[in-house]
Design a protein around this ligand. Structure first.
Ligand SMILES: [Zn+2]
Length: 410
């Protein structure tokens, strides 16, 4: 799939006609503006015929799935790993600062004010803010290369309003009884901490089910008649082998704190994109299982986009957010009283950390560099390609950025 942008910068429908693209490139009628995903811009005037495209977003705190689909085919699919090192890094920084206070040190001018929290109400912890901003950037990046007409986001795994008030009305609540049961099920699993309430996880059985304390006829499908059991305990109970030692399911646990990040993301999206709507995890799960699809973030995103059976793209863009800088001036632990400088050279033979390089026809990333000119190169998931390869065998493909992208066969 080649993504196409008009002369004026508007995204157009992508093309799979590689021959034509090659021809246009040779004639100089288009220019390449991005290598991965491969995007070209026309230099001549064109018509702007587009079809409706929905972008589904499987928001998550570790991995984000995106999928842009028309009714018949998938046009873009990606899975992105977010940074998980922020909490740890800030804790380390705090420790350094504290130990510095009890030390006699030379005076250093303050470098910048990092003591001011934004006066707006929407302050988030740095790790949460990274997550929200990353989601926004990923969506914006797709809007740059595809003429998206609709945006759908999964905001939570279940709909607490619907459970609290089953008779709620409104267009978004018009769904069957079967789906309602899926909603309650997701809620009960969450309330019980995704743990079997009989063996408390001792059976190591990963398959969890919801058990009706009183029969469905008598007790109904309300959450307080349901409890989470692993398949092992559930089967044993119904075979009459064990007695359950349970209290009736707890009453509503406050779900307010759940999914702060996803709600913040959704609210910020609403400010920028008028055509955004939301969906819930239990609906995604229902659609995915009904259509017999495998469970990945990209597939979930395709289900969220509303076209689960769109022809898969066959290619997935793997992405990863990485830190930009390490500004520590010194290594943490002085050896023999000498505080070693942390300022490793940024460039070694023209390469820096996380540059995308080509090695023997393979595209990979610089994960480690030595001043001797040898590099540790890997794929984005960490698979080693070469532990110590000389710089002469590498060719620079892309300079690093805070978001690394790699193309993979799905
Ligand atoms: Zn159990």
């Amino acid at each position: 799939m080649v993504y196409v942008i008009s002369r004026e910068g508007q995204p157009l429908m992508p093309t799979t006609r590689h021959g034509k693209v090659k021809h246009l490139l040779r004639e100089g009628k288009v220019k390449v503006i991005k290598r991965c995903p491969f995007t070209i811009q026309l230099t001549y005037e064109s018509t702007t015929h587009t079809q409706p495209i929905t972008l589904g977003v499987d928001a998550g705190s570790k991995t984000v799935g995106l999928s842009a689909t028309t009714e018949t085919e998938e046009l873009y699919a990606s899975e992105t790993k977010l940074r998980t090192d922020i909490v740890e890094l800030l804790a380390t920084k705090r420790q350094y600062r504290r130990s510095k206070r009890s030390r006699k040190t030379r005076y250093r001018k303050p470098r910048f004010s990092n003591r001011v929290r934004s006066k707006n109400k929407g302050w988030f912890a740095p790790s949460v803010e990274h997550k929200v901003n990353s989601h926004l950037k990923l969506v914006a990046d797709v809007y740059k290369i595809l003429p998206i007409t609709e945006l759908v986001v999964e905001v939570a795994s279940f709909d607490i309003q619907k459970i609290k008030n089953p008779n709620i009305s409104g267009a978004e609540y018009q769904q069957g009884e079967k789906l309602d049961a899926w909603n309650v099920r997701e809620y009960v699993l969450w309330r019980d901490g995704h743990t079997c309430q009989h063996c408390k996880g001792k059976s190591k059985d990963k398959i969890l089910q919801t058990h009706h304390l009183e029969s469905r006829k008598v007790g109904g499908d309300a959450p307080n008649n349901l409890v989470t059991l692993c398949k092992t305990c559930h089967d044993a109970y119904h075979a009459g082998k064990i007695q359950l030692n349970l209290k009736r399911g707890a009453s509503f646990r406050d779900a307010a704190f759940m999914g702060i990040m996803r709600w913040a993301f959704y609210n910020k999206l609403k400010e920028v994109y008028p055509n955004v709507s939301m969906t819930y995890g239990y609906i995604t799960k229902h659609v995915r299982i009904n259509n017999d699809l495998e469970k990945t973030h990209a597939v979930d995103a395709r289900c969220i986009s509303g076209h689960p059976l769109a022809e898969p793209l066959g290619v997935i863009y793997n992405q990863k957010f990485v830190r930009c800088n390490n500004r520590s001036l010194h290594k943490a632990n002085p050896k023999k009283g000498v505080r070693k400088s942390n300022q490793a050279p940024r460039y070694v033979q023209g390469y820096q950390l996380f540059d995308k390089v080509k090695f023997e026809d393979k595209e990979c990333f610089v994960f480690g560099r030595r001043s001797s000119g040898y590099f540790d190169i890997r794929l984005l998931d960490g698979t080693s390609v070469h532990k110590s390869v000389g710089y002469k065998k590498l060719r620079l493909l892309e300079q690093r950025s805070s978001l690394l992208t790699e193309r993979r066969q799905a």
